[in-house]
Design a protein around this ligand. Structure first.
Ligand code: NHR
Length: 182
């Protein structure tokens, strides 16, 4: 999130209008506020199993801020097709695997268990199909002998910080061709 916010300066076609979290204690909220970006938090735990009510509260914040593009970054609540429909073609996510490999959770451990020689991250359009939307960019890293899920995650993270801003810049300019790094 910070990498995206820091990238949106100068000739960048977008500016950050809201940082919205489902966790009121998320460290990113303070970081965004320090950068002068409006923030809001909707705690999903207050809504129990009622995803529609949680999403209605998210939607209310989004309608106030009127973003053109939504970027999920570490957002860990599955969104319903009804919510996604209203933002179709305008919502991105970064996922820590080389999609279509390893949709869902625990991606670094799964890449290690499979004995993969390379791993990485993918920016994709968010559709109702979990981690299944069109690929907008990918960055690869090697898997090294002795890697743990933690060491592998630490190698992928700096690539996430490079890839997501590169994809957003292109996407915000209306170009949906995928970006491949390195
Ligand atoms: N929603 C839809 N409909 N489609 C996608 O592609 C989505 C999405 C919501 C989030 C991010 C994704 C990731 O990058 C994302 C993509 C959370 C879960 C999950 O299982 C799965 C994938 C992603 C994010 N969430 C559990 C839930 O019940 C909670 C898990 C937890 O809190 O640890 O929502 O990885």
């Amino acid at each position: 999130m910070v990498a995206l916010a820091e990238s949106m300066v100068g000739d960048h076609p977008a500016r950050p209008v809201l940082v919205l979290s489902n966790d009121p204690t998320a460290g990113g909220l303070e970081k965004a506020a320090a950068m002068g970006i409006p923030t809001a938090a909707i705690d999903h735990r207050g809504f129990g199993k009622d995803r529609a009510a949680f999403e209605a509260a998210l939607q209310a914040e989004l309608e106030k801020a009127r973003p053109d593009i939504l970027c999920l970054a570490g957002f860990m609540r599955i969104l319903t097709p009804e919510f996604i429909e209203g933002w179709a073609g305008r919502m991105l996510n970064i996922h820590p695997s080389l999609l279509p490999k390893y949709r869902g959770l625990h991606t670094h451990a799964r890449a290690l268990e499979a004995g993969d020689a390379e791993h990485g991250c993918t920016v994709h359009e968010v559709t109702a199909e979990l981690d299944g939307g069109p690929i907008l960019g990918q960055a690869r890293v090697p898997v090294l002998p002795g890697d743990t899920p933690e060491s592998l995650a630490a190698r992928v993270l700096p690539m996430e910080h490079r890839l997501y801003p590169a994809v957003l810049r292109r996407f915000a300019a209306g170009d949906r061709r995928p970006v491949f790094l390195p």
